[in-house]
Ligand binder design. Sequence first.
Ligand code: ADP
Ligand code: MG
Length: 623
Amino acid sequence: METKQFKAESKRLLDLMINSIYTHREIFLRELISNASDAIDKVYYKALTDDSLSFDKDNYYIRVSCDKENRILKISDTGIGMTKEELDDHLGVIAKSGSLKFKKENELKDGYDIIGQFGVGFYSAFMVADTVTVISRAFGNDEAYKWESKGVEGYTIESCERNSFGTDIILKIKENTEDENFDEYLEEYRLKSIIKKYSDFIRYPIKMDVTRSRLKEGSEKEYEEYTEEQTVNSMVPIWRKNKNELTEEDYNNFYSEKHYGFDNPVKHIHISVDGAVSYNAILFIPEKMPYDFYTKEYEKGLELYSNGVLIMNKCSDLLPDYFGFVKGIVDSEDLSLNISREMLQHDRQLKLIAKNIKTKIKNELENLLKNERDKYEEFYKSFGRQLKYGIYSDFGSNKDILQDLLMFYSSKEKKMVTLEEYVSRMPEEQKYIYYASGESNERIEKMPQTELVLDKGYEILYFTDDVDEFAVRMIMKYKDKEFKSVSSSDLGIEVEEKENADNKESKELFESMKSILSGKVKDVRASKRLKNHPVCLSNDGELTIEMEKVLNSMPNNQNIKADKVLEINVNHDVFESLKEAYENDKDKLNLYTDLLYNQALLIEGLPINDPLEFTNNICKIMK
Ligand code: ADP
Ligand code: MG
């Protein structure tokens, strides 16, 4: 018989499964049971949507059985089964749900994380078994097929017999090693507890033969053992259970069972609504960002059930983009099973549910911020950017929902603060909410432009995400206070104009510097904000220099320019040198002006036009 090869990435994953020292091997059972349940779902769904079929619930179940002596563990289901092609397609390549994650070679290095992160489905069987055999007969087919593999070497497929449609997964459990006990996966008690832990809510019965003992007939002391078939799981989906019966661990187990993430969620939201629309939902707010979150591959959405039957894996209409990180399920009696994707978008019930869910998430996040700030800040590290994008997009129409969830690093508090906190401690005469944009908090801390504002004792919010400034532009005003960049030419702060006898003279100096820098800056002025630094750039008008940077880094580079103003500190020694040069040596003035301008660019993190010329100029003045 021909041995087929696994696809390359499957091979690597298998190798990992077989050789990794993973502490949660027990999850293989959860994976196989969840596949069995999915397979029955598919038959159930077919019957519900096709009148010519009927579904007798009693005929659908999952059976776990073991033969200790021969080290065989078998998981059987009465589900949809697989054709020969499907066996080849679905088991010969890595699980679709996990596939794209394995494209990058380097992600395969650390086995531990991969298993934890993605739950690799069917292949996890190889964590506990030397040989995996799958016997399957597809719904509506007469032939059955046997797929078998001993690991990375490949697999075989041949015809075989099976009485009815469904699938058996047969595991030949590994022998114990010095450090690892595999016998436990043949122990009835252990198997039962794994099923209880991870698969309790599976909607179909998971049956097992359990050994019990009873008094021998006619005897009063002698006991005998007998086996009895038991349904091990409670079959009540977790979202239908009473909140009071559930522990944090139950929710967390459900979260990993569903492969929502490899972290523990910062919060779960369990909703039961009975009203204009009835539904149950469990939503999770993750702590860590999925590695693909900010890529096109990431698909937002919630699992959608109609009265217990899965109708869609990722219903994106249930979540606004800005809450796209939320995971979970929604189950409603009010949705029709036959509903198509296009129809769903216009479904009134679904819209009501979505609206309701949006409010719940918002409230829950606000509570988290109020009551468990550390947790909120962890969450915000991962998803704060998403909230800010949410404010920026759709022309700011969601700002009311989102603005109180924002946080920025504060110059005063040296930690993250909310807008509400900022405004509540503003001195009465302070007109604006000040912010400074830059690459990092450290960079911003050193920005010359912050000097005046800090000197006044005002708080500055640090904007380090490229979306920050664009987002607050959408907010426009928070509690009647406008936002103001510390780099804008008018800061709204009164400063005493120093009586300067040679005011007129310096005006002429600045005029001639302006013409030296023509095309590069809009103006050259005496700075009101600088205390210690000789120069800085500021901007006139709406577009700030930071925004210019962001816009120009975009693919459709439009070469947008902010109106830059070169500000000179007239109390700095450099100013005296400028004046001297202006009077006596025009070449020197050219040189100084150029140097100062380039310095200002460097401080701003902007590229200088001609680095070579710049360094030559510095050498010139060193002579
Ligand atoms: P996933 O469940 O995330 O799709 P798995 O690796 O767990 O990934 O399974 C791969 C595929 O193999 C499934 O999508 C399904 O098509 C098929 N499969 C696995 N187990 C069964 C089963 N018991 N019955 C029918 N199909 C199955
Ligand atoms: Mg699976």
